[in-house]
Design a protein around this ligand. Structure first.
Ligand SMILES: [Zn+2]
Length: 276
């Protein structure tokens, strides 16, 4: 062992944290190296002085129980286990800096453990909220791709018809759900046709409407228990996306029309739905 290694392991040795063989190797080095031996003596003198000077509180049994039971609860859940483990890793990495504060005061160790659990709980609560926008962004990318693809490949409609009574049965026969198809030609949004698409890991219906020279893809699929009911308006890459949901379906309208036109379209579509 050289001096560099001995210095690195010194703290662990002073705290009695090293395995017997490493401890022995350090001891051998200390016997033969006066520099390291002096460092060792200075440090152990400092530790003894701090132990004498620092008040030593015993944590109340209740606090100990509370922390242990919340640790058990946290560890019972798989995602929590990761957060707790990450905290432990971080904590171990920060140990040298914390040593000064924590030395000889077990109460502080418990307070720190409580702080870690508290941070873990906050992190767990934040995770689902942080994941949501990401999921929306991913879906938005898919929706825009679907819209652009439909315009590029001359594949706007599988069933090209302005008649909702032609488009609806065609879609109903191809899908395991029956989306409402409404005609909005008198409102300035003529129906062009219908198409099958694949989004959000499932087949979906695409209704195509026209607004002057522009097309609107209205993607429709059944609303699930985790469908967001909050209407959303996203503007991306020159496209407008509008999301809403009713009791049966989730809707995403995608187009390069302006946001106001798309809002009007949504409003008219909802007004024309059969149950309105
Ligand atoms: Zn040395």
């Amino acid at each position: 062992m050289n001096c560099e290694e001995a210095t690195k392991l010194m703290d662990g040795y002073l705290d009695g944290e090293l395995d017997p063989i490493t401890s022995q190797t350090i001891e051998e080095h200390l016997r033969g190296c006066s520099t390291c031996e002096q460092t060792y003596k200075a440090n152990s003198a400092l530790i003894r002085a701090m132990e004498r000077a620092t008040p030593y509180y015993k944590a109340p049994a209740q606090l100990r129980e509370r922390i242990q039971s919340s640790l058990r609860e946290e560890i019972a859940e798989p995602p929590a286990r990761k957060v707790v483990r990450d905290s432990q890793v971080l904590f171990r990495r920060r140990q040298p800096e914390l040593r000064t504060i924590l030395l000889g005061t077990p109460w502080n160790w418990l307070a720190l453990a409580a702080a870690i659990i508290f941070a873990a709980i906050i992190a767990l609560n934040l995770v689902p909220r942080l994941q949501r926008p990401g999921a929306d962004q991913f879906l938005a990318t898919q929706l825009i791709a679907g819209h652009v693809r439909s315009l590029m490949a001359n594949h706007l409609a599988d069933v090209a018809s302005s008649d909702q009574h032609t488009v609806k049965p065609w879609l109903d026969a191809k899908l395991d759900f029956a989306p409402a198809v409404v005609d909005l030609s008198s409102e300035g949004f003529p129906l062009i046709g219908g198409r099958l698409d694949y989004l959000d890991n499932r087949p979906v219906a695409a209704l195509i409407y026209q607004r002057r020279k522009h097309f609107i893809n209205l993607f429709v699929w059944p609303a699930g228990p985790d469908t967001s009911r909050t209407p959303k308006a996203i503007s991306r890459q020159g496209y407008q996306l509008l999301h809403w949901a009713d009791s049966d379906f989730t809707y995403w309208a995608v187009s390069d029309v302006n946001e106001k036109d798309l809002q009007t379209f949504k409003q008219l579509f909802e007004e024309q739905l059969p149950h309105h």
